[in-house]
Structures are given as structure tokens and as C-alpha cells.
Design a protein around this ligand. Structure first.
Ligand SMILES: Nc1ncnc2c1ncn2[C@@H]1O[C@H](COP(=O)(O)OP(=O)(O)O)[C@@H](O)[C@H]1O
Ligand SMILES: [Mg+2]
Length: 229
């Protein structure tokens, strides 16, 4: 395996069992993502996009197949190790903003750092300020999430995803709840983030947004295919 592969999926299957009902959500998905690459995943509702991101994000385990993050097979490791990889290597940006309502903007952004012991407080403070500045949210630092617009909230979510310098950014419909113009602002931010070297896997229904990525995949009935390019 080459070192530039941040992520490799080999024949990943996910089967959900609900009572007697067995559902094959992913049927043998293989994928390689290089360091610094931006990949978009599209596909109809129910095709398994969120399932796939949850597996890559170590929120769930595949039924079979392998998932390697920086060469480590996360399909086999124990829960503690999985949580460590999730906290240290993955930055999540979801459609549902899931900021913690009782924490201010800056406290929400800092939350993921509490899972990483090796970070120095002064470095974290400086880094937080840089990221807030970069995302144009410095002035919102002490606000609570209920007082933010949709676009502002999504910027905070992006800041929080970046704070631990993750290896991989996972975004599930990050513009799904936004109006068109706010959505295109967020899409521009993704382009900036990508240009600064982040590796991004983006799930989106927005074709224009997906086209900003270097490669587009389509998930249909649990199978992943490349689209053009
Ligand atoms: N926890 C679960 N238990 C049972 N079925 C699930 C679960 N999560 C998702 N599914 C099913 O798996 C399929 C894929 O879901 P999902 O990954 O959310 O699709 P998408 O994000 O593309 O809309 C859907 O049919 C959904 O109902
Ligand atoms: Mg989904």
C-alpha cells in the first residue's frame, strides 16, 4: 500500500438486520482516496451514502470487507481504539448541525480537542483563532448556537471539524438545509479548505457542488461507480 493513500475500502459490505428483515445497504464497495484529494459521492436517497460515511468515520463497523485509514484496518480494532481514530483523524460535517446548544461557538469548536491529550493549550488557542478568522466567524465566538443563522452554524461546524487537524473530512449533505446562496458560500469554503490541502469526502445532492470535487462517484443500490473523469 502506498503511503499517499489516506483511505482504502476493500469490498465493504453492510447488512442491516431489523427483526426478520435483512437489508444489504452496501454490497461490496471498494474505494481509494489519496492524501489531499477531494471526492464527491452522489446517489439517490436510500442508496447507502450515509451508511458509507458512517463506516469511514468509524461510527459503525462493516459487516465484511476492510477499511484502512492511513494503513490501519479500522474494521477489526476495538471500541477504544476506534474512538481514538474517530476523534483524532476524522472531522465530521453533517447536514443536521449538531452543535451543543448549551455551549458557545468557541466552546463547540474546542470540544473535539478535549479527546486529544497531546495538544498544547496555547497552540490550541492560537489555532482556534486562526480557524475562526479563516471562516469569518471570529465575531461570533461567544454566541450560542440558537442565535446563529444556518450559514453561520455550518461555518462553526466546519471550524469544529478542522480543529484537530484531521486526516480526513467527511461531509454529509452539508448544504442540504441551506438556501441556494448560503449553500454556494459554503461550497466556496470547501474549495478553500481543499486548496489548503485537506482530504475531503463529500456527499451531496447538489451537482454544482459535486463538480468542484476532483472525482465524483455515484452510489446506487449499495454499489459505487465512478462517474466520468
Ligand atoms: N440502522 C439501520 N437499520 C436498518 N436499516 C438502515 C439503517 N440505517 C440505514 N438503513 C437503510 O439502509 C439504506 C441506506 O440508508 P442511508 O445510508 O441512510 O442512505 P442515504 O444516505 O443514501 O440516503 C436505506 O434503505 C435505509 O433505510
Ligand atoms: Mg444520507
Amino acid at each position: 500500500m502506498s503511503n499517499s493513500h489516506i483511505l482504502e475500502l476493500e469490498n465493504v459490505m453492510k447488512i442491516y438486520k431489523t427483526g426478520d428483515i435483512v437489508f444489504e445497504a452496501l454490497r461490496g464497495v471498494s474505494l481509494v482516496v489519496e492524501s489531499g484529494q477531494w471526492v464527491a459521492i452522489q446517489g439517490p436517497s436510500g442508496s447507502g451514502k450515509s451508511t458509507l460515511l458512517n463506516l469511514i468515520g468509524c461510527l459503525d463497523r462493516p459487516t465484511s470487507g476492510r477499511i484502512l485509514i492511513e494503513g490501519v484496518d479500522v474494521s477489526k480494532i476495538n471500541d477504544n481504539k476506534l474512538a481514538e481514530i474517530r476523534g483524532g483523524k476524522i472531522g465530521f460535517i453533517f447536514q443536521m448541525y449538531n452543535l451543543i446548544p448549551s455551549l458557545t461557538v468557541v466552546e463547540n469548536i474546542l470540544l473535539p480537542t478535549s479527546f486529544i491529550k497531546k495538544l498544547r493549550k496555547t497552540d490550541v488557542k492560537q489555532r482556534t483563532e486562526e480557524i475562526m478568522k479563516r471562516l469569518g466567524i471570529s465575531h461570533l465566538k461567544d454566541r450560542f448556537p440558537s442565535k446563529l443563522s444556518g450559514g453561520e452554524t455550518q461555518r462553526v461546524t466546519i471550524a469544529r471539524a478542522l480543529i484537530n487537524e484531521p486526516s480526513l473530512i467527511l461531509a454529509d449533505e452539508p448544504t442540504g438545509n441551506l438556501d441556494t446562496s448560503t449553500g454556494s458560500e459554503i461550497a466556496k469554503l470547501f474549495k478553500d479548505i481543499h486548496e489548503q490541502g485537506e482530504t475531503i469526502i463529500l456527499v451531496t445532492h447538489d451537482n454544482e457542488f459535486a463538480r468542484k470535487a476532483e472525482k465524483i462517484y455515484v452510489l446506487r443500490d449499495g454499489e459505487l461507480k465512478t462517474q466520468g473523469r
